[in-house]
Design a protein around this ligand. Structure first.
Ligand SMILES: NC(=O)c1ccc[n+]([C@@H]2O[C@H](COP(=O)([O-])OP(=O)(O)OC[C@H]3O[C@@H](n4cnc5c(N)ncnc54)[C@H](OP(=O)(O)O)[C@@H]3O)[C@@H](O)[C@H]2O)c1
Length: 327
């Protein structure tokens, strides 16, 4: 099979196409012929060994992915495709089923085929969905779902999503609306209409207005792009309010500290926990018309370097899809 591989940590140019052995499913696995995957920030961070995260984060990153060189040569965590083989113990899926899901740190989806455990984060594709849309359901949305639940965001609350146009942000807006909250989305001028269209009750253009200075307060502030801080958001949180972080070791420490001290909290833990149930929940939400992943661009597999360069700009709107069609 064809796969996008890398053998050394570095810039997008370390990625290249290679012919590899097709994986063979174990008893409890299915072999998925991939039609679409995404290139996301997890791929970028892992490929660079988190070089922007500071020495401690870089060391942890290399301990997880391989110290000198990547152990898993194929990146990509999201996928949508078709089951072409099922292990003897598999009950839920059969050959020909259209499936989607997320392999997390197991990666391997920037390839024509991947093996996925039946009990892993895999489900039947939402009815009526394209492979491209199904491939982009689980990155930002699993992260947003996990954080919104961890923070117990619920009906009647006022939530602000900072960076509402990213993969996590655009999912956060839609999921928070599903949970019955009043949502303010903060984004740049070019994305105001998009953020309104996915359900935000009001939008703030960060290039014209600083939400921390307008006197409004929220039950929760979801920093969906890791560009803000608890310190700067504190004044805009109600008593008992929560700052939901997506990034940063400091936020892990602050999360533990503010659990015990103070009247406002940071909500963030590592590693995030995603389940198969979460994937099924998103599928049902999509079928019910309450969630749709935002897709910015699609690149063919051969243009993975361009796709990765674009994701690295940190300016993508929603998700970037890699289309993969096996011969
Ligand atoms: N996705 C993952 O797999 C993953 C995994 C672990 C951690 N994270 C972390 O989670 C955070 C978000 O990830 P993501 O994949 O959702 O990001 P993303 O999709 O790459 O975010 C891109 C969006 O961020 C907005 N943005 C960029 N700079 C901004 C700023 N200064 N203020 C407000 N908005 C800004 C851009 O909108 P404008 O152009 O309109 O500004 C763009 O639409 C990142 O910190 C990432 O490291 C992500």
């Amino acid at each position: 099979m064809k796969a996008v591989v890398y053998d050394t940590y570095g810039p997008p140019e370390v990625l290249h196409l290679e012919e590899m052995e097709r994986p063979v499913p174990k008893q409890d696995e299915v072999l998925v012929k991939i039609h679409a995957a995404t290139v996301n920030r997890l791929d970028v961070h892992t490929r660079e060994a988190n070089r922007k995260g500071g020495l401690f984060v870089q060391i942890v990153s290399r301990l997880v992915s391989g110290f000198r060189r990547p152990r898993q040569r194929i990146l990509g965590s999201e996928f949508a495709g078709e089951v072409v083989e099922a292990g003897a113990a598999v009950r839920e899926f059969a050959v020909g089923d259209r499936v989607f899901g997320n392999t997390g740190l197991g990666f391997g989806t920037h390839a024509e085929f991947v093996c996925v455990r039946e009990g892993g984060r895999i489900a039947h594709m939402p009815a009526g969905s394209s492979f491209e849309h199904a491939s982009a359901i689980t990155d930002g949305a699993l992260n947003a779902l996990w954080l919104l639940k961890l923070a117990d965001v619920h009906k009647g609350q006022k939530l602000l999503v900072y960076g509402a146009s990213g993969s996590i942000g655009s999912s956060g807006v839609q999921l928070a609306k599903h949970f019955g909250t009043d949502v303010t989305g903060v984004t740049s001028t070019k994305n105001l209409e998009l953020v309104r269209s996915i359900g935000a009750d009001r939008v703030i253009d960060y290039s014209r207005e600083d939400f921390t200075k307008n006197g409004e307060t929220y039950d929760a502030i979801f920093d969906a792009v890791g560009k803000h801080s608890f310190e700067r958001c504190k004044g805009s949180l109600k008593t008992g309010g929560k700052y939901l972080a997506t990034d940063g070791f400091t936020n892990v420490v602050l999360g533990q500290w503010t659990k015990r001290f103070g009247d406002k909290r940071v909500v963030f833990e590592l590693p995030p926990r995603y389940t198969k149930q979460n994937v099924i929940f998103l599928k049902e939400l999509m079928e019910g018309g309450e969630f749709k992943p935002v897709i910015d661009r699609c690149y063919p597999m051969q243009e993975v370097v361009e796709a990765a360069r674009y994701v690295e700009t940190e300016r993508k709107t929603g998700n970037v899809v890699l289309t993969i069609t096996a011969g």
